[in-house]
Design a protein around this ligand. Structure first.
Ligand code: ZN
Ligand code: ZN
Length: 621
């Protein structure tokens, strides 16, 4: 065991009866056989935490915990009925009792009172998980799997902790290598290295139909899968997370850090990707085994929770305002030596769903920032106008008896559009196809990641946009056909967002020849995608199947609803950072936008700004 453990031991009383000290990643867990110590050690542990600046938790040794059935009875006694307990189960490996409830706040009680009672009377450590208001298969199977793998996870987390607390070396240099999404959008991937650590920031897959190279440059000599210490995911979109299971399938066994929603939504999108491949007779890059391994090795972090991930790197994820669970990634390197901020995809404006991206970091010497809308012409209309315009367009089509197809990403725009429509007086069915419904269910499990306003709305069931009676989730081909046969006006939200396959194409086929109908774009359409071509005015589109579609329906685009910042917002983000960065690196934008944005930043801030190409390595220090 390491120095840190010796230092903890020094401060423990003789009769603490510690039976085991183990790591759970960067957390240190003390298991005790002394009931009094278990109950009364809080102040002592606080003092030790202050001294060593690491997280420590005391749990009971399995020999002193109460009988499981009796514990369940007690929990049902002390937790009010309104809490809506759905399930209670035990993880003896961690001396934890997991309680699934619709209202976690009621299980916790005022100032944690109820939790305390459970703990003191049963010696189990309660862990509360929110049961989503809309049932979600993905969440259910992920939680079940993690439960089944508790034994494996205990060992994995302990071995990981030993690595994290290995003695640190001198951080002589820090560098990043651009492995994907530099001067392009798609396949986001960055390798961050010090002499001691190798960490991958995102590992995405290009989604544009024409992407000849869907993979990041994982075959470069400096990237060795067996030497990788950690993967950090900014968010769940395929262009950031799509190839993570591939890494696990090819032998990576290390940790994956992200928020819980990112973990769940990634798994959902990756499963969907495999299913789409199967439907289209293509061979997916990985199987569901890879997805399972990724979930099994995931260490979920809350926003603003600080976690050591290697001996010389400390990670914090903070709100990015882009989609549920999306994070800006802050990595502190060495002891006060250097800080890297990777924005992932950011929205620096309040939206219906999210607060604007966080800029609250003490320091960030290097900022790697996206530039999807970083070009000089990229000035989006104000959000309010965009929302108004969306409703106006939809009304125009509906009033003439038409159907409106809105292609959108399953996650992010889908829910935003949904919330805007639910807030309006548009009184037609709103169908949601292709994972949008599943993604919406995941939103109801993690309201703490939504904006303050949306949290309030969701917690009051009557005002929850996600369970609005106008919404109809499409979960099967049969239900899809019911939508095809629906007579009269309606709105259809469907994936894929850029009309690269997905059920949106099937819906488009059905409605494209009637000029009453409308195809309404609300998000970014990548270069080379059918969506971009239609926006450019193409009236005929060839499908993968070879069929031609004649587009006679009205085509409209509403700008300003996307989850990305426009150039003024991106610049504002940089202005709001607490400290002036020394170096700004541009990624995640079409080549011309990256270069334009770099020039604009340099002009305004007089900071070294670069727009590297893929495969370039930049020494930060
Ligand atoms: Zn994204
Ligand atoms: Zn992206």
């Amino acid at each position: 065991m390491t120095q840190i453990i010796d230092s903890i031991k020094e401060d423990l009383p003789k009769d603490a009866k510690i039976s085991d000290i183990s790591y759970e990643g960067s957390e240190i867990i003390l298991y005790t056989k002394n009931k009094e110590f278990f109950k009364d050690s809080m102040d002592l542990i606080k003092r030790i935490v202050n001294k060593i600046k690491k997280r420590i938790e005391v749990r009971a040794d399995p020999s002193i915990v109460a009988d499981q059935e009796k514990t369940k009875d007690l929990i049902r006694q002390v937790v009010p009925q309104d809490a809506g307990i759905k399930d209670i189960y035990f993880e003896p490996e961690f001396a934890k009792v997991v309680i699934h409830a619709e209202k976690p706040g009621l299980v916790i009680g005022k100032a944690g009172e109820t939790l305390m009672t459970i703990k003191e009377k049963t010696f189990w450590t309660p862990s509360i998980q929110r049961a989503p208001v809309i049932d979600s298969d993905v969440i259910r199977s992920i939680r079940k799997m993690l439960h089944k793998e508790a034994g494996y996870r205990k060992k994995f987390l302990n071995t990981l902790g030993e690595k994290i607390y290995a003695p640190g070396k001198d951080v002589e240099w820090i560098r990043i290598t651009a492995l994907g999404a530099f001067r392009e959008v798609g396949r986001s991937c960055i390798l961050l290295q010090t002499p001691q650590s190798k960490v991958l920031l995102d590992c995405g897959m290009s989604i544009a139909a024409t992407a000849s190279k869907p993979f990041p440059y994982l075959d470069v000599p400096e990237f060795q899968l067996d030497k990788l210490d950690a993967i950090v995911l900014s968010h769940a979109h395929t262009d950031h997370s799509g190839l993570v299971p591939y890494l696990y399938e090819y032998g990576y066994k290390g940790p994956l850090y992200c928020t819980r929603p990112t973990r769940d939504i990634s798994a959902m999108l990756q499963l969907d990707y495999i299913q789409i491949c199967q439907r289209e007779n293509k061979k997916p890059f990985y199987s569901s085994k890879g997805i399972e391994e990724a979930v099994k090795h995931c260490i979920p972090l809350d926003y603003d929770e600080v976690s050591d991930i290697t001996p010389d790197m400390r990670l914090t994820l903070a709100n990015a305002g882009h989609i549920l669970g999306s994070s800006v990634v802050h990595i502190h390197i060495g002891d006060g030596l250097y800080n890297v901020l990777y924005t992932g995809d950011i929205k620096f404006e309040r939206t219906k769903m999210f607060e604007r991206a966080s800029t609250d970091f003490t320091r960030a010497e290097t900022v790697i920032i996206e530039s999807t809308y970083g070009g000089n012409d990229d000035v989006l209309p104000p959000r309010k106008d965009a929302e108004k315009s969306l409703i106006e367009h939809v009304k125009v089509a509906i009033d003439r008896g038409g159907k409106v197809l809105i292609p959108c990403f399953a996650v992010g725009r889908g829910q935003d559009i949904l919330a805007i429509l639910a807030d309006s007086n548009i009184d037609v069915p709103i169908f949601m196809d292709g994972m949008i419904w599943d993604a919406t269910a995941i939103h109801t499990a993690y309201p703490e990641f939504l904006s303050q306003n949306m949290q309030k709305q969701i917690l009051h069931k009557s005002n929850n946009p996600f369970i609005d009676p106008r919404l109809k989730g499409i979960g099967s081909q049969k239900e899809r056909e019911m939508t095809f046969n629906h007579v009269g006006p309606c709105v259809i939200l469907s994936t894929s967002g850029m009309l690269i396959g997905g059920p949106a194409i099937e819906h488009l086929k059905k409605i494209c020849t009637d000029p009453k109908n409308m195809l309404l774009f609300v998000g970014y359409q990548g270069e080379g995608t059918p969506g971009r071509r239609i926006q450019k005015g193409w009236k005929q589109i060839q499908l993968d199947s070879g069929d031609m579609l004649d587009l006679k329906l009205e085509i409209q685009t509403v700008k300003g609803l996307g989850g990305h910042s426009d150039q003024p917002q991106l610049l504002n983000y940089l202005r709001h950072l607490n400290n002036r960065p020394r170096k700004i690196i541009i990624d995640h934008g079409e080549s011309t936008k990256c270069v334009e944005f770099a020039k604009t930043i340099h002009r305004e801030f007089r900071i070294e700004t670069i727009a590297p190409k893929n495969l370039e390595t930049i020494r930060l220090r």
